[in-house]
Design a binder for this molecule. Sequence first.
Ligand code: NAP
Length: 259
Amino acid sequence: MDLGIRGKRGLVCAASKGLGRGCAEALAEAGVDLVINSRTEADITRTAKEIAAKYGVGVTPVAADITTDEGRARVLEAVGQADILVTNAGGPPPGDWRDWSRDDFIRALDANMLSAVALMQALVPGMMDRGWGRVVNITSQSVKSPIAALGLSNTARTGLTGFVAGMSRQVAGHGVCVNNILPGIHATDRAVSLDRGVMEKQGIDMETARRQRQAGIPTGTYGDPGDFGAACAFLCSQQAKFIVGQNLLLDGGALNATL
Ligand code: NAP
């Protein structure tokens, strides 16, 4: 399917690996010129070169922490105008609800709610002026089904979801579609680090920890970051123009719910 976005300009945050990279690759395959970001210079530079060489699009790397004002300013300067925005950042650490301080919550809100809000505030007005735009926020299955140890994530991402629910309906009349994708467990480094947490907590080996977590997913597998990216690229396509303010759960059926 031709997604109709060849020649568009996109920003994908936190994209040197994992889900962000999956999104960047799928958009590049659809012909989108990209600015991609993550903190580690060598990684983001290598990823940009690999994606540009594979898909023949322009890919500009920016090494910056997207959760800081200074980092976002540098990324936004490199982007200028964007037709497509994919927000993403590292997830908060696991823990116990009794232990989290105000500072822990503020850090999580900055990383997983307010950074995405600030990027939308910076780029969506231009999309509205030009009459076309797509935004995908990478959130988490924890928005629909809380994960006990990830209370900081549950909290911050639900806040972002509430913001998007309201603003997406205010910008849709200008050709801008804003949606969220909610990853369940995908085979990325983040999943490995959460496997390790289960291993340490239960005193089991990594293989057993992974099998235990996979057993809770009807597909019996972790998700593929490339498939995740393809779903993101579709939400950024011309054909997604009637999809507004939705929360697409990609979790292999893990959430046992009718709706
Ligand atoms: P990942 O494989 O660990 O990749 C994270 C990417 O984000 C890397 O490129 C990393 O590069 C970059 N990054 C992290 N913090 C950043 C920051 N402050 N500024 C800019 N770049 C940053 O993680 P993932 O699995 O793709 O997860 C992406 C998001 O989805 C996370 O928020 C995660 O919590 C959420 N999620 C993931 C899963 C899953 O199963 N994978 C499930 C639910 C939710 P640098 O370290 O070099 O910056």
